[in-house]
Design a protein around this ligand. Sequence first.
Ligand SMILES: [Fe+2]
Length: 299
Amino acid sequence: MSDNKIVFEHAVTTFTHERWDADGQDAPFALEALEEGKILFFPHLSFSLTADEIALLDPTLVDPKRKNISFQPLKNRLTGVAATERIPTVRHLLERYYQDCCRLAAAILPLYRQTLHSPANTLRLHPITAWTNTTSWRKDDSRLHVDAFPSRPTHGQRILRIFTNINPNGENRSWRVGEPFPQLAQRFLPNLGRYSPLNSWLLNKMGITKTRRSHYDHLMLQLHDAMKSDRDYQQYGPQLAVDFPPGSSWICFSDQAPHAAMNGQFMLEQTFFLPPEAMKNPRRAPVKVLESLLHKPLI
Ligand SMILES: [Fe+2]
């Protein structure tokens, strides 16, 4: 399937930064690549852990009812820690990671400085294989997908994610990445189910969604499911394997760049949301791509 192989440079742009408070000379280049849907890869941007923090790298620290440990820095809200005596160390680690991610975003994505919002991050301690063997296809993130949240509609807000591999045993975080979003949307759009405003209203009334699911949110969820349930697409669709070694970081718009997590353990992940109109080129936002293909507003 050589014609379905994606060229590395078409999907990933590499940067040499070693510091989170990097200088911003690459900023225009980084912004352009990110908004195109590429992954910004920082092979030398590590996040150092103290000895106390290295001791946190143990899956039993995660509450068995949750997938990851999560932190909302603006609310100082930490969830998912099974051992209460470790809470201060985990909180400090996730606060530090948030601060470093803010520094990096300010340096290389200064256009977004005023508009990135609702930060939340996770400490991911389970090996990816723990999920792929036990979850339903819909929750199986080792299948290529774009991010869409069933209970949390985004109404077109962009999902910007920063990741850092903190594996202490030399293990890569291995992903597959997929085709550009406009190509992906054209491929799947004809087969996505119809939107029902009544159904969205009901889901919200019943508390299944936090806000009303817009037509856009409906399409993104349908796209997420259509990709994951298509075995041929998973096996033969356009894709490229990319390894992120320990001590590296990477950034993408995860609502735009198809991705699949194949292997690895121990990672930090920082999420921000961004209004599409805050982009340099809002037409690249998934909501705008879908609206132009369907010739109608979706929010
Ligand atoms: Fe994802």
